[in-house]
Design a protein. Structure first.
Length: 387
């Protein structure tokens, strides 16, 4: 193999390892490392293009010594053995070869892997340069491949990046964060319910309690407590948002419940509520209430203790669609954070969890709509839509 052939093989291995490193870094949440891997791959591609366009130099007249091919082979073997990732080749007849020390250790073979895992051979054959994941011996590997020709035969080079430890670490961290933020959100939801319950209890101490107000308070507590219970049970598995149970929901009643909870939680902060359009919307009332409550809570926290602070909730219901706008006159969202605010666990608050907006958007998406930051004026305005 000429110098260009060896260079092509080395560039192929660079792209292979860069692809595997990208998958491992991305799955573990190490986005900076993933970017470095992408840059390394781009460098390999650019140098390959430059090399391909460079004129081929005429061979020198002096013959190569017999030791030169062996020297190049030993150098390539040493480079391959330095790679921590097992590297294998699959030829056109489906034979798998271990070509570096980690691969020989993994498969217990000096060269030809006599009994290769069928799923691995299938994955390498089907990958065609695309990243994939395969399990070998109870561990997970990110698989990247690259095709090359040697001696007139076509083979496929594959690198196996062990991502089992990274996956388990990321899984444990995600589970820990999920438990923390869910418990925080449940406590936040229970706080106004508890406050409203105390208000109702105080009203019962009056000799002549205002029964309509008492009935409204108790009814709101009952509905929100039942909704929170159903919502929490659906998240017990901590796997995914439950499928919305669509039903007719009175828009005015939904707004009134949220207004009572808001007034109990932030009695000094005015909330303007407007409801327009047809009287009923079709949605999962518990999920939509949770999404709107998260938006209202963010708006109230954005206003803080500002004496002139205000929050608004507007609901527009039409046939087949409902729009929800929650706005405040706080300091607004920094331009650098506008693309990240819906990312799970992203927060700019010292005691924030970064789950409220992400969960609210998931709920709107599950209802066939979306949630977005609307406008760039004073304060923040979120527009949610369900279809």
């Amino acid at each position: 193999m000429g110098s260009r052939g060896w260079a092509s093989l080395l560039r192929g291995m660079l792209l292979l390892l860069a692809g595997g490193a990208f998958m491992a870094a991305w799955s573990a949440g190490m986005y900076a490392s993933a970017l470095v891997a992408v840059l390394a791959a781009l460098w390999g591609l650019v140098t390959g293009i430059v090399e391909a366009r460079r004129p081929q130099l005429a061979p020198v007249a002096a013959p190569l010594t017999a030791s030169d091919p062996a020297h190049r082979e030993r150098r390539l073997t040493a480079l391959l053995d330095l790679s921590p990732a097992p590297i294998v080749t699959l030829d056109g007849e489906g034979r798998l070869y271990a070509i570096n020390r980690p691969a020989r250790r993994l498969f217990g073979a000096a060269d030809l892997v006599v009994d290769p895992p069928p799923l691995l051979v299938e994955a390498i054959g089907d990958a065609a340069g695309r990243p994939a994941t395969v399990a070998i011996g109870g561990r997970s590997y990110a698989l990247t491949t690259s095709d090359f020709a040697h001696g007139g035969a076509q083979s496929r080079l594959a690198a196996l990046i062990d991502i089992d430890a990274e996956l388990k670490a990321a899984e444990a961290a995600t589970l820990r964060d999920l438990v923390q933020v869910l418990s925080h959100e449940i406590v936040n939801a229970l706080t106004p319910i508890a406050s409203l319950s105390r208000t109702a209890a105080d009203m019962l101490d009056d000799a002549n309690p205002a029964l309509p107000a008492l009935r409204d308070a108790v009814g709101t507590v009952a509905r929100r407590a039942a909704g929170l219970q159903r919502f929490g049970e659906s998240y017990r598995a901590m796997a995914r948002l439950p499928v919305p149970r669509l039903q007719p929901v009175p828009a005015s009643e939904l707004a009134a419940d949220l207004a009572r909870l808001f007034a109990t939680r932030w009695p000094e902060l005015p909330l303007q509520v407007d409801v327009h359009g047809v009287p009923f919307l079709r949605a999962d009332p518990d999920q939509v209430s949770a999404a709107l409550w998260a938006l209202l809570q963010n708006a109230a926290e954005a206003v803080g203790n500002d004496a002139e602070g205000a929050v608004s909730l507007r609901i527009d219901v039409a046939e087949g669609q409902a729009l929800f706008r929650v706005a405040d006159n706080g300091r607004g969202i920094d331009a650098a954070d506008r693309e990240a605010i819906f990312r799970p666990f992203f927060t700019t608050k010292p005691e924030g969890t970064g789950v409220g907006l992400a969960l609210a958007r998931q709920i709107f998406l599950a209802h066939g709509g979306d949630l977005r930051l609307d406008g760039d004026g004073t304060g923040a305005s979120f527009l949610g839509r369900i279809a």
